[in-house]
Design a protein around this ligand. Structure first.
Ligand SMILES: Cc1ncc(COP(=O)(O)O)c(C=O)c1O
Length: 420
């Protein structure tokens, strides 16, 4: 007798839907499609020669260590390197505060496992990172959404949601995915103070912080938490868990990220990670260490910044050139994305279908809103990635996308003329 699998699935699987982005990516992988959909780094910038040398070195010098099981906490030299690396942003951590994970996506899953009971509410930005919603929803999370604008999460709207007792808040302060917005310094301080006042821990997700193309670096929430609130040195009683990743600075295929947290939180996360995968690949961690060492990572990030800044500027210029005046967009100071707002009445889902017929793709904005919220505006947005396509493709893709927008506008207001 064949098993009726679906009737055997655990209740928690009911909230799990395939990621809209992953499904879309399948369609957009056709070579004739110019895709602004994924969050892919520019693959031509991957340091492949350096990887080749690093792999050889690891296999020649330490093959038995590299191919053996390792500690769940991670490869010690890499933990120390991460601790040194984040010190430049004022984050005081020792290696015992660092847990290496299989991408920061695993970090989000482990945090969900650690903190969320079914029905617990998580305070999130509207919009927020879709992968975090996916990770938290499996554990039965419900959401309290707080709007964000061009200065990031609206801290002046935080008090009532915090008072309602969420289990923690999940915040993306730098070059947010999907909005491309940055939480202003003026909002960072009250956010940290209010979270402390209401005893709500903060999970600060910062995959893009190093990819700043203009302006000054702003202090991470984890640093403000320690300094403003005069906490003990280091991480002993901090209110913030900080996440980052090598995905955007070295290569996402490594699947290598990290969590920085107080030691007692790291110990518990280690137990949970053991159940998930014992540890992140030893070989991958050792190769990443060899790739990043001797200042290579810093030099490489400079190159990435130069290339992405140019692509961002081309996308912004093309939007100015081709898009109708009724449409607006964010001007990100870093990261990989910008966020387009369509005039009332336009529907980004429908636009996606029209755009795909023109061989150009993006992600419709509604994917990035927590379920059950009142996000009536969600369908008026689209997320555009500017890191993966070449400058020529960006200009051409925006030109094609503008046809789709103008076509929809014309359908709404037949008097509107479509310029080609
Ligand atoms: C905000 C955010 N957090 C986490 C991740 C996951 O990154 P990783 O590749 O390290 O798993 C991403 C990936 O795009 C992201 O945008």
């Amino acid at each position: 007798m064949s098993t009726a699998w679906t009737s055997r699935y655990a209740q928690r699987t009911r909230t799990v839907k395939s990621s809209a982005i992953r499904e879309l990516l399948k369609l957009t992988q056709r070579p004739d499609v110019i895709s602004f959909a994924g969050g892919l780094p520019a693959s031509e910038l991957f340091p492949t020669d350096r990887f080749r040398m690093a792999c050889c070195k690891v296999l020649e010098e330490q093959p038995q260590l590299a191919l053996q099981y390792g500690a769940t906490e991670g490869y010690e030299p890499l933990r120390e390197m991460v601790a040194r690396h984040i010190a430049r942003y004022g984050i005081k951590a020792r290696s015992e505060n660092v847990l290496l994970t299989s991408g920061s996506q695993q970090a989000l899953d482990l945090i969900g496992k650690l903190l969320i009971n079914p029905g617990d509410r998580v305070l999130v930005e509207a919009p927020t990172y879709l992968g975090a919603l996916q990770a938290f929803s499996v554990y039965g999370a419900e959401y309290v959404s707080v709007p964000s604008d061009e200065n990031g999460l609206c801290s002046e709207l935080l008090e009532a949601p915090l008072r309602s007792g969420p289990k923690f808040m999940y915040v993306l302060p730098n070059f947010q995915n999907p909005g491309g917005t940055t939480l202003s310094e003026g909002r960072r301080h009250p956010l940290v103070r209010l979270a402390d006042k209401y005893g709500v821990p903060i999970v600060e997700d910062d995959p893009y912080g190093q990819l700043r193309y203009e302006g000054e670096h702003l202090p991470p929430l984890v640093v403000i938490d320690r300094e403003n609130l005069r906490r003990d040195s280091g991480y002993s009683i901090g209110n913030v868990i900080y996440l980052s990743t090598f995905s955007k600075t070295i290569a996402p295929g490594l699947r290598l990220g990290w969590i920085v947290a107080p030691p007692e939180v790291i110990s518990k996360l280690v137990q949970l990670k053991q159940g998930a995968d014992l540890h992140t690949s030893t070989f991958v961690q050792m190769v990443a260490y060899e790739v990043a060492r001797d200042n290579f990572l810093d030099e490489h990030v400079k190159l990435i910044r130069r290339v992405y800044r140019e692509r961002r500027d081309i996308m912004l210029r093309s939007l100015e050139e081709f898009f109708p005046p009724e449409v607006s967009w964010t001007r990100p100071m870093g990261g990989l994305f910008l966020w387009v707002t369509l005039p009332e009445g336009l529907d980004a889902q429908k636009l996606f279908e029209t755009a795909l017929r023109q061989n150009v793709a993006f992600v419709p904005g509604d994917s990035f809103y927590a379920p059950n919220g009142n996000h009536h505006d969600a369908l008026r947005h689209m997320r555009l990635n500017f890191s993966a396509a070449s400058p020529e493709q960006i200009r051409e893709g925006i030109r094609r996308l503008s046809f789709a927008v103008k076509q929809q506008l014309q359908e709404m207001h037949p008097a509107h003329s479509v310029r080609r």
